[in-house]
Design a protein around this ligand. Sequence first.
Ligand code: 6PG
Length: 241
Amino acid sequence: MNLLIYHGKDELLEDLAEFILKIGNDAIEESGRFNFVLTGGSSPKTLYQQLSTKYKDQLDWEKVFFFFGDERNVSATDKDYNGLMAAESLLQPLGIKDDHIFYVNTSLSPVEAAAAYQTAINLHFNGAQPSFDLILLGMGDDAHTASLFPDTEILESSEVGVKAVFVEKLNTYRISMTAGLINNATNIAFLVFGKSKADAVKNVIESEEENTTLYPAQLIRPENGHVTWFLDQEAAALLNT
Ligand code: 6PG
């Protein structure tokens, strides 16, 4: 695990963009395509805007396939739909073709949407174990990541796939990649900034006892992949490192 701590958000986002472009160019050189999983939430918005403007000439975006680590159980036109924020800040400005974007179909029930998403991913990987080149993750102040929330059933899943999960504290369903599917990735990058995340960062990275029920982001520990944390000083304030 690699911890990168930045004084300011600008420097963090610049390095994270370069990190994404390096992985993307290497993946395209090696396999002709870049399978890239986006995170939802508010943290990545500026990053996406920069990728689609400042960095738009630094990757062959036509060879990138975009996925989502999780999605809210809302309509695709709802402001809370992760796919909408990504479309507006990244995908539409880059002119990404529809067949290169895997949105979660929330017009289906959560269980059907999760099953359909998993099928689409499996087809994309031609039935081989799905292994994404890069998965971008955020983290909530309760140490959830994707929609792996504390005390939810999905945390117990050993599946390598996508599941619907009822999140009691939000009183709503989410559709999320399981920890098993996320951990199959070659590269995973957490994007976490702000003092509200400091406790969660401390508990996930440095807590004495492992407690994945309480701190689900602890589940993200790929056997073969690499995890890099992009943190600002506020989010990293309680770390000893
Ligand atoms: C989502 C995300 C979720 C997010 C965290 C952090 O659907 O909301 O996938 O895991 O990354 O909640 O969100 P912020 O970036 O808004 O703090």
